[in-house]
Ligand binder design. Sequence first.
Ligand code: CUK
Ligand code: CUA
Length: 624
Amino acid sequence: MDEKANKGKEVKEEVAQETPKNPERRSLLKAGVVLGAAGIGGALGLKATDIEAAGKTGNLSAHVGPGDLDDYYGFWSGGHSGEIRIMGIPSGRELKRIPVFNYDAAYGWGTTNFSKSLLGDKRSGDTHHVHLSYNDGIYDGKYAFVNDKAQARLARIRLDTFVTDTITEIPNAQGTHGIFPSRNKLDAVYCNSEFRIPLPNDGKDMLDPKKYGALHTCIDAKSMKPRWQVLVDGNMDLCATDYHGKYSMAISYNSEGGVTLNEMIASDRDWLIVFNLAKIEADIKRGKGTTYGSSKVKVLDGRKGSPYTIYIPVPKSPHGVNVDPTGRYAVCAGKLSPTVSVVDLEKVDQAFAGKIKPRDCVVAEPEVGIGPLHTAFDNRGNAYTSIFIDSVITKWNIAKAIKGENPIVHKIDIHYQVGHINASMSETKEADGKWVISLNKFSKDRFLPVGPFRNENEQLIDISGEEMRVVHDVATHPEPHDAVIARRDLFRPEKVWNNNDSRFDLERNLAKKYGVKDLMTAAKVVRDGKHVYVFMTGIAPNFSLNEFTVKKGDTVTLVVTNGDKVEDLSHGICVSHHDVNFGVSPQETASATFKVPNKGVFWFYCPWFCHALHLEMRGRMIVT
Ligand code: CUK
Ligand code: CUA
């Protein structure tokens, strides 16, 4: 490996020198990103284009006819939009955008008092990883979780109503990136902080990166409160859990602890860190651990040599870690090494007990292509690894890799530069081997050009046969980071809100305080000093109030309930010139609070086309 690594360095320099002055996009990308990867291990000698059609391809169709429903829900990370998106698979139809860390006028996310209570004054996020809650290795249909890398937060989305219900700030963390929930039951969500920072980050030790640290955080999946944190070496990237609640795992690069690019990629090997959850929980229960700054969350020291962790060496600046549907193997993608490392989780206990070396848990390390990032699985013992630099997906057989045979089954070109990949039900024990989605970072020539900021491309791949087959290009908004494809029968979304839902507690309390008996029929204006509370109901095509009067300089809280019980009949309210606009779906209540700085007449209106007389569904706010 040493020799290869040195060779890698030479090639890196060569590549840098060879970068042309006006490089074509693809070559620029290769030169810029390949860095240490190009030379290590050399070329595989097997190009996608060289592969002869050796077997049968599947014959699944992405066509979902008018009126027909998709077989799967897709849960898509919205990347730097800060939202998540719900897709129909295999059609690729975008069904819904769920605002999470972002502002969204359609739903009034960032406007309503409920959403503001979660967001504070932040309006942006960077979502990377969406995962669903599990019971016994299968999605339980209750929640989705998503990280915000930008501001170190974790959000929970309810899947009865497909709305964000909690956002948790992770203490002592920056760049919260990989997350993964427990797979045995609804228990915890493990979150990796990628960036090493001074602990506490209060102005001390800023120029001494050796003292920086990164924490692996356990968030309770029910309360969404942090339970504990563990300090580690390196920068954590992707996260995974086993199927039994014994381990969480973190890929860790920059074992060097460097702060510049060259420092960060100096070592041949970094790690898969495995956390011994029982040991950690037991010591936390005993009151062990320290705290940093104002956070009360206990932190255990899990750096190398601690009883809480083992550090399994894997090459090189690794990126993804994915556990196969049998639960036995964790596959670590090499990124700057053309290999994937197969870790046998059944050996991990022996490594914790000191009976074998951590590296002995690695049972195979096949070469799969230049720049491997993430791996998905079918139900026939095959793995599918996304290869960023080669722009291919490599299908390889896990058992063959372990036996030391050539494991490569097929490679397929994708367009272009795939990041994440996932397969239908891949992260459950019911992986079904039907579809792979390739989430590509570049679309280049695949769609009509739309200016310098292009859409990106996702390709749906039929994996039901021996060979893969691209069946569909789906243009997507930047940036598709990760996605989960889950069978539709696992979800039972509500059609109408339950008007007793705890989500409306704030509005219900206001109603109680100001003598409004029933929000479903409310029509009341109450003044409390300089604050005016306006309660109204929308039932198509009317608001229960045609007008209300306030005074210049007042603060207004507008509580609006959709009194209709008819499925699909949304209303909303938009107050002209006051930056207030939010929707309410059937039996939902929401509120917004705003200032009225100027005298005048301001029409409020329903912005959702709810009725033939929708345009007439409006009234006046009179400011005297
Ligand atoms: S990371 Cu985006 S390609 Cu944030 Cu999951 Cu690998
Ligand atoms: Cu109600 Cu339009």
